[in-house]
Design a protein around this ligand. Structure first.
Ligand code: NAD
Ligand code: G6P
Ligand code: MN
Length: 441
């Protein structure tokens, strides 16, 4: 079997160890000859880089391994780049969340003004990363988790239309795992139909391989409990705030009980509730810094102190399995069915061809082939059109350095109550992001 060479961009990410552990678990299905970590923050990456070096030397000493901040070393002779960078790191995520909240607006990593701010920071970094990859390994595929995926994928469509970049999200996978628990199946038993944008979509069908439909049964459960399940379903999406999110799906379902909602719709349907619940002094960024980040880095430090990874394992979850399955689908032409972010081109029949949408695809060596999701109802279509226009305006604002377009983007976002509030939030975001954003005129 062919052996692959992989670089993880954002080597210092809290998700890096989980993905490495998942790769090690899958060596018989997806053999690896080289694994490299790449980050632009040497210090942050070093702790994980060294600890994972110990893990690899114990579990898979034949894999050639290194971590580096040198693009040439990182990207020479690689088949896949798994990317999960965070432009501006957690200190900027914290501001993305806290600045809008100061104005009574949703403060979130990927939705509303926070997502827009993060998008304007990320576009340039992602394009640079793609160019580096293509310079040193022109045939390499980038499987990109970096957020905000909706805005990044629109930027890729515009600025690098021929690049081998696939933007993905683990939320549909994570929620499907919950659905499978609800009906006593495994996610592998199920095939779904789904339409929407990233962090903005709906399941229209959840069937087993024999064709039995489970949507009504799942709907009955969600109408009472949301996606909250009794059993520990994953290592991810388990913190208290995530439990609230899974529960809130109940109120999302109530708006259109025909379909099962993506949890992120709560920021658009119940922004007032979300703002009311939020603590403007302690947001999700703080929860992550004091939770996942501490956990991952303290596991790494324990491994370093003991000089062995025995007894201190990094956790793995559905986030890691999805990206590894995707790499396998491309590497071995498996034609697995996966939800991906792709250019619509008719997949949603009554939606713009040039919109980046999230739909099930068949994935093989040439990448994803979207499956037709038919005609969608007016309610969802109108919401999607509003949101996709926000995303397109952000990318245009980036390319043109246009204050006007960015103000329009914020004004159009369903999370923002007025053009006045949009302007106030925008002016604060500009100040906070002056080291990262293009100059806006
Ligand atoms: P993190 O801050 O722990 O890790 C990000 C790493 O990227 C950091 O080590 C940082 O130094 C590095 N980095 C930043 N800019 C870089 C650049 N230009 N080049 C190379 N490295 C760079 O963040 P995290 O919480 O682990 O999340 C990582 C990313 O994955 C975020 O963008 C997050 O939103 C995303 N994510 C996406 C999904 C999804 O569904 N698409 C799921 C989980 C996480
Ligand atoms: C989900 C989303 C990701 C997002 C993550 C945030 O998995 O699909 O796009 O990055 O949640 O999780 P966090 O734990 O960092 O708040
Ligand atoms: Mn996501």
């Amino acid at each position: 079997m062919k052996q692959f060479s992989i670089v993880i961009a954002g080597g210092g990410s809290t998700y890096t160890p989980g993905i490495v552990m998942m790769l090690l678990d899958n060596l018989d299905r997806f053999p690896i000859r080289t694994l490299k970590l790449y980050d632009n923050d040497a210090q942050r990456q070093e702790t994980l880089g060294k600890a994972l070096g110990i893990v690899l030397s114990e579990k898979a000493p034949d894999i050639e391994y290194l971590y580096t901040t040198d693009p040439e070393e990182a990207f020479t002779d690689v088949d896949f780049c798994f990317a999960h960078i965070r432009s501006g790191q957690y200190k900027m995520r914290e501001l993305d969340e806290k600045i809008p909240l100061k104005h009574g607006v949703v403060g979130q990593e990927t939705c509303g003004p926070g997502g827009i701010a993060y998008g304007l920071r990320s576009i340039g970094d992602m394009i640079e990363l793609i160019d580096i990859m293509e310079k040193y390994s022109p045939d390499c595929w980038m499987l990109n988790y970096s957020n905000p995926a909706a805005i990044i994928s629109e930027a890729c469509r515009h600025l690098r239309p021929n690049s081998k970049v696939l933007n993905i999200c683990d939320m549909p996978v994570g929620t499907l795992r919950r659905m499978s628990q609800i009906i006593g199946k495994t996610p592998q038993d199920l095939e779904v139909r789904y339409f929407g944008l990233n962090h903005f979509g709906w399941w229209t069908s959840v069937k087993d391989k024999e064709g039995n439909e489970y949507l009504p049964e799942i709907r009955d459960y969600v109408s009472e409990h949301g996606y909250l399940t009794q059993i520990e379903v994953d290592t991810q999406h388990m913190d208290q705030s995530w439990q609230e999110t899974h529960k809130k799906a109940k109120d999302l379902l109530a708006i259109d009980p025909r379909f099962l909602p993506n949890t992120y719709l709560k920021y658009y349907f119940y922004p007032d509730y979300e703002v009311g619940q939020a603590n403007p002094e302690y947001t999700r960024a703080n929860e992550v810094i004091n939770g996942r980040e501490k956990e991952v880095f303290s596991t790494a430090r324990t491994i370093l102190e003991k000089g062995t990874a025995e007894g201190s394992e990094f956790a793995i979850g559905s986030h890691a399995s999805f990206i590894v399955d995707l790499a396998r689908a491309i590497a071995f032409n498996t034609h697995e069915r996966m939800i991906m972010i792709v250019e619509n081109n008719g997949a949603i029949a009554n939606f713009d061809n040039d919109a980046m949408v999230e739909v099930p695809c068949i994935v093989g060596t040439d990448g994803p082939e979207p499956l037709n999701q038919g005609i969608i109802p007016g309610f969802e279509r109108a919401l999607m059109y509003q949101q996709v226009t926000v995303e397109k305006l952000v990318v245009q604002a980036y390319m043109e350095g246009s204050y006007q377009k960015l103000w329009q983007a914020l004004t159009l976002s369903k999370t923002v109550p007025s053009a006045k509030v949009a302007k106030d939030v925008l002016d604060d975001l500009i100040e906070a992001n002056k080291d990262y954003w293009p100059v806006l005129k």
